[in-house]
Design a protein around this ligand. Structure first.
Ligand SMILES: *Cc1c(COP(=O)(O)O)cnc(C)c1O
Length: 467
């Protein structure tokens, strides 16, 4: 028998581990399937190490040693794959971290409507079948001034179904300066191709004039499209056609005009140090026939694609068979309605919608959080890590407001006897992961995107990571 086989024979049996695990009260309520998986993963890993010729001592294969590894693995496996994290990146609408955080008021309504039966498609006034779309349409129209509205799964879906309905096998005129690629290599020209519309590019990257649109119109033009360049900006010698001019041109030629706003901002954020973005209400007032935007960017609600427009056009889009495929689910509908209801009270909307709250948090409040955290950390971990407060820049994110920074404060950590990437990894692997930004061998935790009630979780997590 070879040395390898001898070593492999030392590994205790799966049953030995299961027996040991079941004697521990921590594991008695974990499904057997999960316990077995944990054992299998660790043992397979050990066998592979032996077979690959790594140095493995008999003492490494003792039951107690492996059991500890297995317990760690099972604790990891027992966590939901999809869970909360603490966002210390300072990017408010962080696409990878779930974009907008839902308001508390929204969560309670969400549990009410989805933890019970609901009137999703039941008209309580008549007792007959109702339409799910009618539940938010009126509210959207009241808030934005639009004539009609429809909500689908996300804004990409909104753009797709609008193009498919209005411009299938027709030409769509777009400025070269607005051929946007969103995240995930999702490009406006590709969406158009999929909808069966033909893209007619006009103008130059930096400048497009009304006459460019006018000259491109043919009997087969289905739509004039404007795409808000939400994730980049063209600066310098530039010129864009205003909504009013474009709407006028569309009316004259009886061609609908659409604007993909990207981020649906219902409130002017310029008092908070951000550049003035066109609000949804302004886009509606400017005469656009169709407007699309996301529910989970600046609106601060759930993922959704909102389509506003004239009654004719919205009815037409509703009847498109794609609408059934892209339709909004009851969770989204409920969360979107409660988010929109918060906008009915403009005095409290900044308090109640986390995305708006984080954008508008005064620097003194952020500074205070940084001081609170730094003070506790000074006491707890200063023997293994330096703790400082630094001025940093937060970003709105989510492809909204590029190049615009919000002055903020971060707690800056520099471990004394650990590589910074190792600390970053340990924080990422906590039960409640803490995600920061690594810069110049330091870990930055921007306090703009961290809530006060998360500070103690960071302290606990850091203690654990540095232990
Ligand atoms: C973000 C964005 C989209 C996509 O919206 P989703 O809700 O992520 O599908 C489309 N167009 C523009 C201009 C955007 O900024």
């Amino acid at each position: 028998m070879t040395h390898m086989q001898n070593i492999l024979r030392l590994i205790p049996s799966v049953d030995d581990f299961l027996l040991a695990l079941l004697q521990n009260s921590e594991f008695e309520n974990i499904p057997l399937m999960l316990l077995k998986k944990g054992v299998r993963v660790v043992l397979d890993n050990q066998r592979r190490r032996v077979l690959e010729g790594h140095k493995v001592e008999p003492s490494d294969l003792e039951l107690s040693v492996l059991l500890e590894k297995i317990q760690l693995k099972i604790r990891e496996l027992d966590q939901p794959a999809f869970r909360r994290v603490i966002n210390g990146t300072g990017v408010i609408i962080h696409t990878n971290l779930g974009r907008s955080v839902l308001p508390g008021d929204v969560l309670s309504q969400l549990s009410e409507t989805s933890g019970n039966y609901s009137n999703l498609e039941f008209d309580l006034a008549t007792g007959k079948r109702g339409s799910r779309y009618s539940l938010v349409e009126e509210l959207l129209c009241e808030l934005t001034g639009a004539e009609a509205a429809l909500v689908v799964n996300n804004n990409a879906a909104a753009v797709l179904i609008a193009l498919d309905t209005l411009a299938r096998e027709k030409e769509v005129i777009v400025s070269r300066g607005q051929l946007v690629e969103i995240g995930g290599s999702f490009r406006i020209p590709d969406v158009m191709a999929r909808s069966g519309a033909e893209l007619i590019e006009i103008g130059a990257t930096n400048r497009t004039h009304l006459k460019d649109y006018r000259n491109a119109i043919t009997p087969n033009t289905g739509l004039l499209l404007k795409v808000h360049t939400s994730n980049y900006c063209i600066i310098g010698f530039t010129s864009e056609v205003s909504n009013k001019e474009l709407a006028g041109l569309g009316k004259k030629h009886r061609i609908p005009v659409m604007e993909d706003l990207g981020s649906g901002c219902l409130i002017d954020l310029s008092p908070y140090g951000l550049k003035k973005e066109p609000t949804v209400q302004e886009a509606v007032a400017s005469g656009m026939d169709v407007i699309t935007f996301s529910g989970d960017k600046l609106l601060g609600g759930p993922q959704a694609g909102i389509i506003l427009g004239s009654r004719d056009i919205i009815e037409h889009i509703k009847k498109n068979p794609l609408n059934r495929a892209l339709r909004i689910d009851k969770f989204t509908l409920s969360a979107l309605e409660s988010t929109l209801r918060l906008y009915q009270e403009p005095q409290t909307v900044f308090e109640r919608i986390p995305t708006l709250n984080m954008i508008s948090t005064p620097i003194e409040v952020i500074q205070h959080k940084a001081e609170q955290l730094a003070e506790v950390l000074e006491k707890g971990i200063s023997t293994c890590c330096t703790v400082q407060i630094a001025e940093v820049m937060s970003r709105v994110g989510g492809g909204a407001m590029p190049e615009q920074n919000l002055p903020s404060k971060a707690v800056v950590l520099r471990p004394l006897s650990m590589k910074i990437n190792h600390l970053e990894e340990k924080l990422r692997k906590l039960d409640i992961p803490v995600i920061g930004r690594v810069e110049n061998d330091r870990l930055l935790l921007d306090m703009r995107t961290v809530r006060s009630d998360e500070l103690h979780l960071i302290t606990k997590g850091l203690r654990q990571a540095l232990a």
